[in-house]
Design a protein around this ligand. Structure first.
Ligand SMILES: Cc1cc2nc3c(=O)[nH]c(=O)nc-3n(C[C@H](O)[C@H](O)[C@H](O)COP(=O)(O)OP(=O)(O)OC[C@H]3O[C@@H](n4cnc5c(N)ncnc54)[C@H](O)[C@@H]3O)c2cc1C
Ligand code: SF4
Length: 483
């Protein structure tokens, strides 16, 4: 067994093959092919099975990575799948879109020793895609049904993970979502070239097959208030994500074709799903034939530039006020974007948008990095007399997201939020200031990652279970008692 592992000195690190750039640029299919079984086993065998697996420590859901790597190297894939899914509700999704360089792989011991990290994410994807192909993935089936119910607001990864965990414990679970499809940003934010929609949809079908009820096109605040949901359920989980786009307050920001990133990405994702999108069909949200400038340096900006390339933009530029080393987006995605023809204009910020009927040009300024701020990050400063212009018939603003005003939106002014507008929760319970109302995912952390949303959803499910059981013993919970 031992000789199957520790192969990092003989076997070089390899990612699964990437599709050829010209093909990638012309469709929205995922860019990585699957590992061949032999390559997956070889790559897994590079793991050193070190005594303190930092990969596991730095994985937000604490996946038992060394064990599933060893099982994969030995060809024991079904067991590898069992271990992998025990800690993660959506492992093949994380394998695709986690920024592994900052999480598990960035802390791999053989990487620190200069051998190149084990390709943990790709093996995780391989194990779980294989499990789907072979029919090993089944809906959770609770050993006993419980009479209590939980209402979950938001069908993104936090809400879905919590729903699956609570259903496994036998609770009646209803998810409310204002979108017409479940999945949250997995469906309408993240493009298919990173995560194909069927990969998300088979997961949401599985959650429904486990007996979770989905009430879609149901907006809490419009169709029911939070106090009303509290009366319907023994506990409520808020997992609404963050959707208020940060804006640029610059001259010309109101011109046509200066667009918020989510409008642009949602339209593209909807087209891919076969929906009618008039604002895309009339050209407004379609980059075809245009010079496109995307402002921002995070994952959202990377997704916008790469979407524009695939829509057939004439040129695509990404304007970011810091340099490459200081950008928040994953370096892997920047490299992919560069391969696909995106031009990065580092250390540059917009000054104004010019045009008559719509935007025609971005006026920009060069920046340099000045002294570090309180967080240790160097603040960008304008370089004097450095103005330049870029042609642009479409500008996409990808500057990040803040929480919506939930107390007002939910008709529940007593819900406490932080000064950033995120829901204030107690740790480790994740319960808000309202009895029996919990929160998880981006609405607690601010814009974050899918794997953290899953972790929070799982933690919230544990807390909700403890809360309901404690109430059941003392006979205090309203909804099921009243039912
Ligand atoms: C463009 C983009 C690309 C990203 N790329 C990556 C990536 O590559 N890797 C990664 O790990 N993370 C990425 N992220 C971040 C990741 O998508 C989020 O951190 C994650 O989806 C948060 O999960 P969530 O469940 O908290 O919220 P969401 O996924 O936002 O889901 C919230 C759900 O709540 C619903 N909702 C909101 N308000 C209401 C209401 N009043 N009533 C009913 N329903 C409501 C919404 O419709 C939505 O379905 C990306 C984000 C964006 C925007
Ligand atoms: S869930 Fe993400 S961080 Fe954890 S092992 Fe998988 S890819 Fe790495």
């Amino acid at each position: 067994m031992a000789n199957r592992m520790l192969q990092f000195t003989q076997v070089q690190r390899h990612m699964p093959p990437k599709r050829e750039v010209t093909l990638r640029r012309s469709d929205f299919g995922e860019i990585y092919d699957e590992f061949e079984p032999q390559s997956a086993a070889e790559q897994a065998s590079r793991c050193s099975q070190c005594g303190v697996p930092f990969c596991q420590v730095h994985c937000p859901v604490h996946n038992n990575i060394p064990d599933w790597l060893m099982l994969t190297a030995e060809g024991r894939l079904q067991e590898a799948y069992e271990v992998s899914q025990a800690t993660n509700n959506f492992p093949e999704i994380c394998g695709r879109i986690c920024p592994q360089d900052r999480l598990c792989e960035g802390n791999c011991v053989i990487e620190q020793a200069g051998h190149g990290t084990v390709t943990i994410g790709s093996v995780e994807k391989y194990i779980n895609d294989t499990a789907w192909e072979r029919g090993w993935v089944k809906p959770v089936s609770p050993p006993q049904e419980r009479e209590q119910s939980v209402g979950i607001i938001g069908a993104g990864p936090a809400g879905l993970a919590a729903a699956e965990q609570l259903r496994a414990k036998g609770y009646k679970v209803t998810i409310y979502d204002r979108y017409d499809r479940a999945g949250g940003l997995l469906i309408y934010g993240i493009p298919s070239f990173k995560l194909e929609k069927e990969v998300v949809e088979r997961r949401t079908r599985l959650v429904a097959d486990a007996g979770v009820t989905f009430k879609l096109n149901f907006e809490v605040g419009r169709d029911a208030s939070l106090p009303e949901l509290r009366l319907r359920h023994d506990a409520v989980l808020i997992a609404t994500g963050v959707y208020k786009a940060r804006d640029v307050m610059l001259p010309g920001a109101g011109l046509d074709n200066v667009l918020p990133a989510m409008d642009y990405l949602t339209a593209s994702n909807r087209k891919g799903l076969g929906d009618e999108v008039p604002a895309f069909d009339d050209g407004r949200l379609d980059a075809a034939g245009k010079d496109v400038v995307v402002i921002g340096g995070g994952d959202t900006a990377m997704d916008c530039v790469r979407t524009a390339v695939r829509q057939g933009a004439r040129s695509v530029k990404c304007l970011y006020r810091r340099n490459r080393a200081n950008m928040p987006g994953s370096q892997r995605e920047v490299a992919n974007a560069e391969e696909e023809g995106v031009d990065f204009v580092w250390l540059a910020a917009p000054e104004a948008f010019d045009g008559r009927d719509g935007v025609a040009e971005v006026r920009a300024l060069k920046m340099r990095l000045g002294v570090a701020d309180a967080t240790g990050r160097q603040a960008p400063e304008v370089v004097a007399d450095s103005g330049f212009t870029l042609p642009a018939q479409m500008v996409v603003k990808a500057l990040g997201f803040d929480p919506e005003d939930l107390p007002t939106l939910f008709n529940c002014p007593e819900l406490e939020t932080t000064r950033w507008g995120t829901v204030k929760v107690a740790y480790p319970s994740l319960m808000s200031n309202l009895d029996g109302v919990f929160a998880a995912g981006d609405i607690v952390r601010g814009a974050s990652l899918v794997v953290w949303a899953i972790r929070d959803g799982r933690d919230a499910a544990e807390s909700i279970d403890r809360y309901i059981q404690a109430g059941a013993q003392s006979g205090t919970h309203a909804a099921s008692a009243a039912a």
